[in-house]
Design a protein around this ligand. Structure first.
Ligand code: CBF
Length: 826
């Protein structure tokens, strides 16, 4: 159902919120939906029937939300994001409807365990990492806060690849997440929209006005698939609309008519490829044509959807900024800017200036990176071939913008070159971040430090030109999924301490602070951690055959594999501990027992990242099997880290590794999840670590490493990693152990590229931070030995991390950027 088709008030009523009411609907869904009897139903049948039953409880709220929104004519957020890393839906829907107990009991009365059906769900992995997961947290928060929002994105047939290890090396498998059915989506092929590509432009005379039209070459249909985004027990359900590409009739017919049946079918596949697969790059996008097709495809569908279907038919588009703010989640959807201009100028026949005035008010841009290579640029050649009209529009936006800059800074050609949306070197290309900055009403970074660096280092000319355009909104995570659902034991303890309201008002966690000094509470807190470790242990055993030793500190590093995140530094720590034991400096019987848990996917074409994965697994295999360690150190690396695994892994962690080089991680959100679940952070002064440390306090955070200005100075002075290697014997031994083949069956060549890179380039200064990191880890060991002190710090981490709720992030966006108040129930 697209919004417009819901006329009158909602007529759907929810099934009864009782065990009997649920069982009746569930059995109906089994027989009428799945066509099976309870006796013959497979687990998948049961799961699908359950999901469809739970959907029913949300349906009336969904229809009512849409109705209310239309009546209120309220301003909405349209979150444009190429990625949504949603995680499993069932539990979230049960929580939102407060149905968990009813369902558990109802299923039990039929001899079915809810947990079995939970485990049947394949999570939709429609994102790479932090950015996609953030989008999912944001839409959850907006629904919970009753703020109108439509999330727009792509329904990839294949999400992020499934990672397996063969002999310790990453091997990718396709993620066929739709294979067993997708009960949470509502396809609407009848509401498909057409998207054009290619061709050329031409001018024509429109009653005395010269206008341009796009004579496109080929097109594709965008079919909307709607997903419910339920608020937490507030009767609101927002919409996530993901677009799937389908070949158009016209496209097929041209070829069919020439009698080339096989070619016609192949051509269909070509068009449908657009939404076939998620690009698995995180932070370093590849400038591939298909990716630009994906980007344009979903934003063109979304703008058309909003303008033609969501808004009333007679809506005066001059008032568009009163009804919408398109939030650009990174540069991926930025092509939406020239698309809206094209719609207004070419289709609606507006003057350029009035179109530009409206467009500028309708967009805001969030930058999520500090890596220059992650700021997308598209070659003019490609853009001109795929989207010729958009390229013209971008040229004109640029021309007018540069004329304005030139008027303010006459004669400063260097400034014009620096600020131009079009780069001339190494090839003529469109700088999408610049386009977003010129067009957006606001530009924000995602943590305080990141926003400062964005202003001062990434876009300094723009921030000098428009100081008020730049702002910060520190990221957040949803407490519903990442505490309430993923950590039931801690949730219970929190509720016991501060009451129930914390789930939607996370600052209430502050109420726990005094309890950090309460011996009895600390014991309960430790019991929660112990329980979560056991839960993790059971999961890893069943999932991967991994056995976790008991009584060890759980030291966790989970995030995408990227050199700037410095998993290698973590490995150097592990190898150093190993070396210390072998040299007799540490006694395995008395040293702090640790389990090092990793989770990380490497982009399939990122060879160094794959080397690092291989290294972690090889080091793990050697250390885990070495009897001289007596089990004091264990490395585990469960493959295919995803949202579902995070939900069990994070609550069990004692130590959170956030060790990126200062000035490289925009924010991080894993760091927030760990702190909220009572892990202490060892981290650099980077991204949101800075704010975590400020809030939880220096005593409850292990800081190490160079600060961002020191990094800049060191690099400017000419960083020589070899010097650190020569001057620190422990570092030298650790690197030599890797180089000698100790972890690769005596074959030193296996990790030679990695070692060579560390000693000669080390772009992310792992060797420079090694000593400080090792010292900080020694402080961690000492602190962990003080059981009561550690627990106190862990409780304070939870109590002081309420700021990191994505609800707070949303209020900040509303206040600083969107101005979209909640629409409350009548
Ligand atoms: O802002 C959300 C996250 O986005 C990234 O994952 C990204 O893809 N650019 C950043 O790397 C994270 O720092 C950030 O937390």
């Amino acid at each position: 159902m697209t919004d417009k088709r819901v006329n009158g008030s909602a007529v759907v009523t929810s099934p009864q919120n009782t065990v009997e009411g649920f069982v009746k609907e569930f059995l109906r869904e089994l027989s009428f939906g799945q066509g099976v009897t309870l006796e013959r139903a497979s687990v998948n049948d049961q799961y699908l029937a359950l999901a469809r039953t739970v959907r029913q409880y949300l349906m009336a709220r969904w229809l009512e939300t849409l109705q209310r929104q239309r009546e209120a004519q309220a301003k909405s957020v349209a979150y444009l994001s190429a990625e949504y890393l949603l995680g499993r839906q069932l539990d979230n829907a049960l929580l939102a409807t407060d149905l968990t107990e009813v369902v558990e009991e109802g299923l039990a009365s039929l001899g079915i365990e809810l947990q079995t059906l939970r485990d049947q769900e394949t999570e939709p992995g429609l994102g790479n990492g932090g950015l996609g997961r953030l989008a999912a947290c944001f839409v959850d928060s907006l629904a919970t806060m009753s703020v109108p929002c439509i999330g727009y994105g792509i329904r990839y047939d294949y999400g992020i690849f499934r990672q397996t290890f063969v002999d310790g090396w990453q091997v990718e498998q396709p993620d066929n997440w739709l294979a067993l059915g997708a009960p949470w989506e509502f396809p609407h092929p009848e509401a498909a929209v057409t998207v054009h590509f290619g061709g050329r432009t031409e001018t024509y005379d429109d009653e005395g006005v010269e206008r341009t039209r796009w004579v496109h070459d080929w097109d594709v249909l965008g079919v909307p698939f709607n997903y419910m985004v339920p608020g937490y027990q507030n009767g609101r359900v927002n919409t996530l609309r993901l677009w799937s590409a389908k070949a158009t009739q016209a496209f097929d017919l041209q070829i069919f008519n020439s009698g080339e049946y096989v070619d016609a079918v192949r051509a269909q596949t070509f068009a449908e490829n657009i939404s076939k697969v998620l690009y698995p790059e995180d932070s370093t996008p590849q400038g591939k044509e298909l990716r630009l097709q994906q980007q344009y495809f979903f934003v063109a569908c979304s703008i058309k959807d909003f303008v033609d279907y969501v808004l009333p038919e007679d809506f005066d588009l001059h008032r568009l900024p009163e009804r919408i703010i398109f939030q650009l989640n990174d540069t991926h959807p930025v092509i939406a800017v020239p698309e809206l201009m094209r719609v207004l100028v070419d289709e609606k026949k507006w003057d350029w200036d009035e179109a530009w005035a409206v467009t500028q008010q309708c967009f805001a841009y969030t930058c999520h990176t500090l890596l220059p290579e992650a700021l997308e640029v598209w070659s003019v050649e490609l853009m001109g071939r795929l989207l010729p009209r958009h390229l013209e529009i971008i040229y004109r936006i640029n021309e007018e913008f540069l004329a304005e800059v030139a008027a303010k800074h006459p004669g400063d050609d260097a400034l014009l070159e620096r600020m131009s949306i079009i780069a001339e070197r190494p090839e003529r290309s469109v700088r999408m971040a610049y386009l977003a900055t010129v067009a957006g009403s606001k530009v924000n970074g995602v943590a305080a430090l990141h926003s400062d660096l964005l202003r001062d280092k990434v876009l300094p000319d723009f921030s000098a030109y428009w100081p008020d355009k730049f702002t910060n909104v520190t990221n957040g995570v949803t407490p519903r999924r990442f505490v309430r659902l993923s950590n039931p034991a801690l949730s219970e303890l929190i509720t016991e301490a501060v009451g129930v309201g914390w789930v939607t008002d996370l600052e209430r966690l502050r109420g726990m602070e005094p309890l950090a000094d309460d011996q009895e509470f600390r014991e309960k807190f430790r019991a929660v951690k112990a329980h979560n470790k056991e839960r993790l242990s059971t999961l890893l055993q069943a999932r991967d055959g991994i056995t976790l030793p008991a009584d060890a500190m759980l030291d966790v590093m989970v995030k995408r594999l990227h050199e700037y995140k410095r998993q290698t530094l973590k490995v150097l720590h592990i190898v150093t501990l190993y070396d210390r034991v072998l040299r007799g400096e540490l006694d395995p019987a008395t040293m702090q027992k640790r389990v090092f848990a990793f989770g990380a996917k490497a982009a399939p074409g990122y060879h160094m990242a794959k080397q690092i994965i291989g290294l972690i697994n090889h080091v793990g295999a050697t250390i885990n099997d070495d009897p001289r360690l007596g089990g004091a150190l264990t490395v585990v690396f469960p493959p295919n880290y995803n949202v579902t695994l995070a939900e069990t892994l994070i609550p069990a962690a004692d130590l959170s590794e956030q060790i990126s080089l200062a000035g490289k991680e925009a924010s991080g959100t894993g760091n927030m999840k760990f702190a909220l679940n009572g892990a202490l952070t060892i981290g650099t002064d980077d991204g949101a670590n800075v704010e975590i440390r400020e809030l939880v306090g220096d005593d409850n955070f292990f800081l190490f490493g160079l600060l961002e200005p020191q990094v800049a100075d060191l690099v400017a002075a000419g960083y020589q990693p070899g010097r650190y290697y020569e001057e620190d014997p422990a570092l030298k031994r650790a690197v030599d152990l890797i180089a000698s083949g100790t972890f690769s069956g005596g074959d030193g060549s296996v990790f030679a590229p990695l070692v060579q890179n560390l000693l000669t380039e080390d772009r992310f200064l792992a060797l420079a931070d090694y000593r400080s990191y090792i010292d900080a880890q020694d402080r961690v060991d000492a602190a962990y030995a003080d059981v009561e002190g550690w627990t106190r710090s862990a409780i304070l981490n939870v109590a002081r991390s309420g700021f990191f709720s994505s609800d707070r992030s949303m209020w900040d966006y509303i206040d600083r950027i969107w101005h979209t108040p909640p629409v409350v129930s009548r």
